[in-house]
Design a protein around this ligand. Structure first.
Ligand code: ADP
Length: 505
């Protein structure tokens, strides 16, 4: 980060729907917290704005208090009051917006999946900008994430910049192009945006007739657009773009892929309080102890210590390669390994399908499916497992392969998106040996996964010393936010410099 040291500190505000560990659904939450902390460590002033969800983990917030000021914000022809709460999460100052709106937007006992998500998050985006505007702060970067807060980009340039609140540049990170936030075009007007002006193919018009697309607005109206790995950034410019490929191509000069980091304080096997025993690359006894402990806790067969334990921790959605996850369970059973799946699905029929698989293995003491979200158990599985499987159909970045490696669990992944940028096949002789850290396969059929899994099992059982060295190597790879944060910093600095250049001429 030589570049950042000679540049001035920036005031950066993240507006997001999730932040770990207070309000976490998936990887987005980890990114907001991890990137925020890394930027703060580098001397920047970082603040976060979140909705005040009723289902948040309040015990993860210190000094939570409501501010005296009430922020009025516009929605659907009226002004509504918002209570603003402040608190500290992971050392970062966070503002929580609590709308006083009859629809009780964030009082739903869940984060997403409500029929009015489009309204809820357009409301939140508007209120968050209103908070910043009324605070009178001179902000350098407003960083919004995913479609839920992508409203911020057009709102900022069309409504706030013209009111003299124009110091900031907007960065939009899309964590997954499958979720774009579309609605009938008139719905865009709830938050005060001008539908006439924005419902155009080069602005926010969706490919589907009569609809508007918020992620598209984020791309068109932001100064910086990023996604979460270099390979995914290439994929979404073609088939992977879920309809946004042309928009991304048009705006490709401001679009880059930066591989996410992981929070190496949260994910540290030598200090992790969720673990039965802490351990490190130089003390793998501790890892064995965690395996023994988890087997006991889950009622798995534990006489045969060398049996490899395969872990999988995931949202159960089609993106994650559900047929391959199912196949990996059966194949592991057949190969004499053990499998632990921790996952839950927002889709009822998928949840039921996996409950069916779980029932099938009820009396099998080598296979366990735990079909819920459980933070504590996730740590124990990373620590206990020898291998970790991620057979995604597409994967913008993926965090679980990086966490797995840090805990000494060797990743077996499909070569796609961020998995391609972080996992390199152990047998790929075209790559430098020091880079090779896992097992990869390319196709989406069962056969390719089978042979990959078999290869990993062969190394595990026949070459224990080679395996041990691989585990130790994986544990020492730097997946911290240090490098990604400095890449974001460089983008921020050049956007700010460009803005100042424009202002001076
Ligand atoms: P995505 O964002 O698509 O869900 P990522 O790999 O980027 O996938 O991030 C997943 C994060 O969520 C990881 O931190 C993982 O440990 C966590 N996670 C996923 N499912 C569960 C679960 N059922 N219980 C606990 N943690 C989970």
């Amino acid at each position: 980060s030589g570049n950042s040291q000679c540049s001035s500190a920036l005031h950066i505000v993240h507006i997001a729907a999730e932040m770990a560990p207070v309000a976490k659904v998936g990887g987005l939450a980890d990114v907001v917290a991890g990137l925020g902390k890394a930027l703060q460590t580098n001397g920047h002033l970082v603040e976060i704005i979140l909705p005040k969800y009723d289902c948040m983990q309040l015990d993860q917030i210190t000094n939570l208090k409501v501010l005296d000021v009430v922020i009025q914000s516009y929605f659907d022809g009226n002004l509504f009051s918002n209570n603003v709460w402040t608190g500290t999460v992971e050392g970062l100052p966070v503002y929580f917006i609590e709308p006083q709106h009859p629809s009780k937007f964030f009082w739903r006992a869940q984060y997403y999946g409500e029929h009015d998500d489009f309204k809820r998050y357009s409301y939140f985006s508007r209120a968050a900008l209103e908070l910043l505007y009324q605070s009178g702060k001179k902000i350098d970067i407003i960083h919004c994430h995913d479609w839920q807060t992508a409203f911020v980009a057009p709102l900022y340039w069309d409504i706030y910049a013209t009111r003299g609140f124009s110091s900031a540049r907007i960065c939009f990170t899309c964590h997954n192009f499958e979720y774009q936030g579309t609605a009938p075009a008139p719905d865009l007007s709830y938050c005060g945006l001008d539908v006439e002006k924005l419902d155009r193919p080069d602005r926010m018009q969706d490919n589907a007739h009569g609809r508007i697309n918020v992620a598209k607005g984020g791309i068109v109206y932001s100064n910086i657009v990023t996604t979460v790995s270099p390979t995914y950034a290439l994929e979404v410019r073609s088939e992977g773009g879920h309809g946004l490929q042309d928009t991304l191509k048009t705006h490709s000069r401001k679009f880059v892929g930066i591989l996410n980091g992981i929070d190496t304080e949260t994910w540290n096997p030598s200090t992790d309080r969720f673990l039965a025993v802490q351990y490190s690359a130089t003390d793998l006894q501790g890892k064995a102890a965690n395996k023994a402990f988890l087997r006991k806790q889950l009622g798995l067969y534990s006489e045969d210590a060398p049996q490899p334990l395969v872990g999988c921790i995931t949202r159960l959605v089609p993106q994650k390669g559900l047929h391959l996850i199912r196949h990996a369970i059966y194949k592991t059973a057949e190969l004499g390994g053990q499998f632990v799946l921790l996952g839950s699905s927002p889709v009822p029929h998928i949840q039921r399908e996996f409950e069916g698989v779980a029932d099938q293995f009820q009396n099998n003491n080598n296979i366990r499916l735990i079909l819920k979200y459980d933070e504590a158990l996730s740590h124990c599985i990373y620590a206990a497992s020898d291998m970790f499987i991620i057979p995604s159909m597409f994967e913008p970045c993926g965090l679980t392969q990086m966490i797995a490696m840090r805990y000494g669990s060797v990743p077996i992944v499909r070569k796609t998106g961020g998995l391609s940028d972080s996992v390199f096949d152990f047998d790929d002789e075209t790559l430098p040996a020091e880079l090779r850290n896992g097992f990869t396969f390319a196709r989406t059929d069962e056969q390719d996964l089978t042979s990959c899994l078999e290869r990993a099992f062969r190394y595990y059982s026949r070459k224990p010393m080679v395996w041990k060295q691989l585990v130790q190597k994986d544990m020492q790879i730097d997946f911290s936010w240090v490098s990604p944060a400095s890449q974001y910093e460089n983008l921020y600095h050049s956007a700010v410099a460009q803005a100042r250049g424009v202002a001076q001429t």
